[in-house]
Design a binder for this molecule. Structure first.
Ligand SMILES: Cc1cc2nc3c(=O)[nH]c(=O)nc-3n(C[C@H](O)[C@H](O)[C@H](O)COP(=O)(O)O)c2cc1C
Length: 167
C-alpha cells in the first residue's frame, strides 16, 4: 500500500544514470505483470544509451509538434511494446507499465508514463529502430516509462469523488 499510494509521476531528475541492479529489478517487475491468458506478448526495451534516448525524445516531441524534452531529462527510458497479433495488447502493456512505475518507486527511483509510443513506432524511423533492436517491426508502442533518481517530491492531487461504488 505504501508504494501504491505514494508513487508519483516525477518530472525532474538528477543526472545520475540508473544502475544495473535497480534497472533489472524494475524490468523483472514488468516481466511478472499479468497478461491475458498468460500470453506474455509485451516487450520492454530499456534504453540508457544517450544517443538513442535523445532520438526517442526527439521523435516523441515531434508527435506533439514540440521541441522540448518530453522525457524531462530522465537518463533512462523503458519502451513498452506489444505484439498486435496476440490479444489483448493495450491492457497487457498498461499493466506492465504500472508494474514498472510501482517497482521504480519501491527501489527509490522516480518514473513517469510518457505517452505517444504508439505514434513513435508507426513511423519509418521507429520501425528502423525496432529492426535495429532485433524486434518485429509490427510491434505497437504502448508507452514509455522514464526512469531516474527523482529531483522533486510532488504531492498527490485530491481524488475525485464518486469513483467507488459499494453495493
Ligand atoms: C496513459 C497515461 C499517459 C500519460 N502520459 C504522460 C505524458 O505524456 N507526459 C507526462 O508528463 N505525464 C504523463 N502521464 C502521467 C500522468 O499525468 C500522471 O499519472 C497523473 O497526472 C497523476 O499523477 P501521479 O502519477 O503522480 O499520481 C501519463 C499517465 C498515463 C496513465
Amino acid at each position: 500500500m505504501n508504494t501504491l499510494l505514494n508513487r508519483r509521476s516525477i518530472r525532474r531528475y538528477k543526472e545520475d544514470q540508473v544502475p544495473d541492479e535497480l534497472l533489472d529489478q524494475v524490468l523483472t517487475a514488468g516481466l511478472y505483470a499479468p497478461t491475458g491468458m498468460n500470453r506474455q506478448n509485451i516487450v520492454m526495451v530499456a534504453v540508457r544509451d544517450k544517443e538513442t534516448r535523445d532520438q526517442l525524445s526527439r521523435m516523441n516531441a515531434a508527435v506533439m509538434g514540440a521541441d522540448r524534452d518530453p522525457f524531462y531529462g530522465a537518463p533512462c527510458v523503458i519502451v513498452v511494446l506489444g505484439d498486435p497479433e496476440i490479444y489483448p495488447v493495450v491492457e497487457n502493456g498498461s499493466l506492465v507499465l504500472g508494474n514498472l512505475m510501482n517497482a521504480a518507486y519501491a527501489v527509490g527511483l522516480g518514473s513517469c508514463w510518457i505517452h505517444r509510443a504508439k505514434q513513435t513506432f508507426e513511423t519509418e524511423e521507429g520501425k528502423a529502430l525496432l529492426r535495429k533492436w532485433g524486434l518485429k517491426e509490427n510491434l505497437v508502442g504502448i508507452g514509455n516509462c522514464i526512469l531516474g533518481y527523482p529531483d522533486e517530491e510532488p504531492q498527490a492531487r485530491p481524488r475525485l469523488e464518486g469513483r467507488i461504488v459499494k453495493i
